[in-house]
Design a protein around this ligand. Structure first.
Ligand SMILES: Cc1cc2nc3c(=O)[nH]c(=O)nc-3n(C[C@H](O)[C@H](O)[C@H](O)COP(=O)(O)OP(=O)(O)OC[C@H]3O[C@@H](n4cnc5c(N)ncnc54)[C@H](O)[C@@H]3O)c2cc1C
Length: 481
């Protein structure tokens, strides 16, 4: 931070519109929030600083929704907006219809198609969407927030709203509104993904299967080479686990032979490749560069973002020159946004902790449950395993302490978890986004702060939107039947 300052002169700002709910940020969290708020009857506007919807899932090119939808036996426990989105992608040929398998740790998607599916969802729900519209500052009045200022090609304007949903991913609005932020330091990792086209995917899969012992089994989390091959042959999904290049014999040898550098400048883990593809296309999305993000300073972020775009070409060149199946490939697309895995996190009314979600002996129940997520079983040798039971996600983790009571956080990246980002995968983001949107809509309708929306009313509204809050006995115990 520079010590020098200048004073911005006071000026009158045009009010663009008056809404029930304003949602800032159109990643999967913000889209879930906006559609759900509108479906709950709120006049809703969604602001996005980019020119497309989807956030990390599209602008960073993250083509894999972690498959937390299923328990260990493959029972689907996440429905609501997330379940609907996956089914809409399947219907558009943008995800495999065979995604409901525990052998598939991720629902691989066509990120380009996701952009247009989200447009359809927003418009069908009646959401007004503004692109290239940056929410700069919440309008704070006493203990409440009465809207946001935004900057766009129309200049600086104000949007008045009864409730504000922060879906910026980095809790930007909560931070600026004075909500309590757990740690100011960010200490996250960040990456940009890229897409190679004209890849012979069958040839590549065969090549990987030529050395089954060298397959990175159990790393984030395909069981073994056989499962990898079966996912491709039977499910039409190429899921080469995230980070696992570093454990793949071929890549380890290539690094040892000097064919690929592991680090260049600020980029690390260039060998930590993850790859995602769908049958019927000749494209593959590669995730392979890691940047340490210490803070959200625009200068360091810009250096990393531009460096990452160049590194995508460096890694692409390695594949084209050395990996069978990639001989004729070319870079078709590089993500435009450096995706930050974890960063700013609010201090919520409730904290969700690792012990509740990993290897927990029993489910954790919260009275203010707004969704459930399967408990991970990490004690098994290889592959991603889940127990049969789920743990509750509490609404309190989305509600910031301090700051205005009618601002709520929608992104699972920045809700209150210990450690941070515990349920930051897209399925967790969509659960939190949906609850934040519905809560904001109820708050606007009743003229109360989001933090004061009666829990049972919120839960009833979520049930109406097909969110899973638990089995029939649990719903009864909550008094919701
Ligand atoms: C590199 C990487 C790899 C990942 N891998 C996986 C994976 O394999 N599987 C998985 O399930 N999850 C993965 N995740 C996590 C998951 O993708 C993200 O946590 C999730 O997509 C975040 O969604 P979001 O909507 O909360 O935030 P974002 O996607 O960050 O969306 C925030 C949106 O808000 C916009 N915005 C920000 N500030 C403003 C503002 N002031 N005004 C207006 N708009 C604004 C941004 O442009 C963006 O569109 C990964 C994340 C990263 C970064």
């Amino acid at each position: 931070m520079s010590a020098r300052t200048v004073r911005e002169s006071e000026r009158k700002i045009e009010v663009l519109d008056e809404m029930d709910v304003v949602v800032a940020g159109a990643g999967v969290s913000g889209c879930a929030a906006a559609a759900s708020a509108a479906r709950a009857g709120a006049k809703t506007i969604l602001l996005e600083r980019n020119g497309c919807l989807g956030g990390v899932a599209t602008a960073t090119l993250m083509a894999n929704i972690g498959n937390r939808f299923l328990t260990g036996s493959g029972r689907q426990v996440i429905h609501g907006f997330g379940g609907e989105l996956v089914e809409r992608l399947v219907a558009q040929g943008a995800a495999s219809p065979h995604w409901k398998s525990r052998d598939l740790p991720g629902v691989v998607i066509d990120s380009e198609k996701l952009k247009v599916v989200l447009i359809d969802v927003m418009y069908e729900a009646g959401v007004t969407v503004l692109t290239h519209a940056l929410a700069t500052q919440p309008i704070v009045n006493g203990d409440g927030v009465t809207g946001v200022f935004l900057e766009s090609r129309s200049g600086r304007q104000a949007l008045l709203a009864r409730a504000v949903v922060d879906a910026t991913g980095e809790a930007d609005l909560a931070f600026r509104a004075g909500s309590t932020i757990k740690e100011q330091s960010v200490k996250g990792s960040a990456s940009i993904l890229f897409k190679l086209a004209r890849v012979d995917l069958d040839r590549f899969v065969d090549f990987v299967l030529e050395d089954p012992e060298g397959f990175p089994a159990g790393v984030d989390w395909v069981k073994d080479a056989e499962t990898f091959g079966r996912n491709w042959r039977e499910r039409g999904v190429l899921f080469f686990p995230h980070v696992s290049g570093r454990h793949w014999r071929f890549m380890i040898e290539a690094v040892a032979q000097g064919k690929l550098e592991r680090e260049i400048g600020p980029a690390g883990s260039l060998d930590a490749v993850g790859m995602y593809a769908l049958r019927g296309r000749d494209c593959i999305v590669i995730n392979s560069n890691f940047y340490r993000v210490q803070d959200l300073d625009v200068r360091t972020l810009s250096v990393s973002e531009l460096h990452a775009q160049k590194m995508c070409y460096y890694v692409a060149d390695f594949f084209i020159r050395h990996v069978p199946g990639f001989e004729r490939a070319y870079v078709a697309h590089v993500g435009v946004d450096l995706g930050i895995r974890t960063s700013r996190q609010i201090a919520g009314r409730v904290t969700l902790s690792r012990e509740m979600l990993r290897d927990a002996p029993a489910p954790t129940r919260f009275d203010d449950v707004i969704g459930v997520t399967p408990v991970q079983d990490t004690k098994r040798e290889s592959g991603e395993f889940f127990k049969e039971f789920t743990t509750d996600i509490p609404f309190g983790a989305l509600v910031p302490c301090g700051g205005p009571a009618n601002l709520v956080n929608a992104s699972a990246k920045s809700i209150d978890t210990e450690p941070r980002g515990l349920i930051r995968g897209m399925s967790g983001c969509m659960i939190c986004g949906q609850a934040a949107g519905v809560a904001a809509a109820l708050a606007a309708k009743r003229g109360v702060a989001v933090a004061d929306v009666p829990t049972r009313d919120l839960q009833r509204a979520l049930l109406r939107q097909h969110v899973n809050l638990g089995d029939a006995s649990r719903i009864k115990a909550l008094g919701l039947l």
